[in-house]
Write a protein that binds this ligand. Sequence first.
Ligand code: CO
Ligand code: ZN
Length: 326
Amino acid sequence: MFEMVKKLTVAFGVSGNEEEIREVIKSEIKDRVDEIIVDTLGNLIAVKKGSGKKIMAAAHMDEIGVMATYIDDKGYIRFSNIGWVSQFYALGQRVKFKNGVTGCIFYEEKLDEMKDLKLSRMYIDIGANSRTEAERKIRIGDTACFLGEAVQTGDMIISKALDDRSGCAVLVETIKTLPKTDNEIYFVFTVQEELGLRGAKTAAYGIMPDMAIAVDVTLTGDTPECKLMEVRCGGGPAIKIKDNSVICHPEIKRLLSDCAEKSNIPYQYEILESGGSDPGAIHITGGGIPSGAVSIPCRYVHSPIEAVNVEDLKNSVKLLTEALMR
Ligand code: CO
Ligand code: ZN
């Protein structure tokens, strides 16, 4: 599973610019599904046809990043965030623009107190000596992702963009290994989740499934002096109870818990006290769609060193597969 995660995390796909990651996923799955659709917003929808229940399985393929907003006379680039970006995580990081230009992020050193650090006091250095030189490579409006290639240490994979390429990897693996079923399954790799669940909204409306299960990362409570939370890495996939965007449908929670119990898959429950996820948009589409989520426990979310447990990924594939077969 590590190789797949590495392949998916390295691809560029800052929200609104998901072309590259979409092509990578498409080439992985194109021979394994009956139909592939790219909708208006850019969601990649892969269909396994059937006559049974219509199920949507979703994972977002976009990642957080930054957007160039202003280039000064010396060629330094000011930027704003695309999705939630911490100034402290961003400091000292390398970034790569969609066209391949790389740079690094630093801050105005006259800043007195580190706690006053804001993204507006920071800049990207792409090695240009003037505005003209910088503009030959980058225009305002161009986006960049963080760099942070995947490595494995013990059972943990550390990489940028595990939110939510680890979920994409779970979907890809599920597509490749899914036994025959009557259910009609829509595997949806959504866009612009980090900007407010935008892709999931149009995808769900277009498909109008009977039920939906999303796979995304969640926070954990297993690092030194962190906030209290029941979820831990290595404890198995977390079945979402709620986050700030959704209270999961009791039937989906029951279905997932049931599948885990019957197949001896370790699992835990997730109550995420901040942040939203694709089911938040899906469940209030049309007259309402029963929705839930399989969440992958992830440390250091939205940093370039996000960390997930590889056994949790494998068990997420098993759990999703069981649920799609019912
Ligand atoms: Co995220
Ligand atoms: Zn996510």
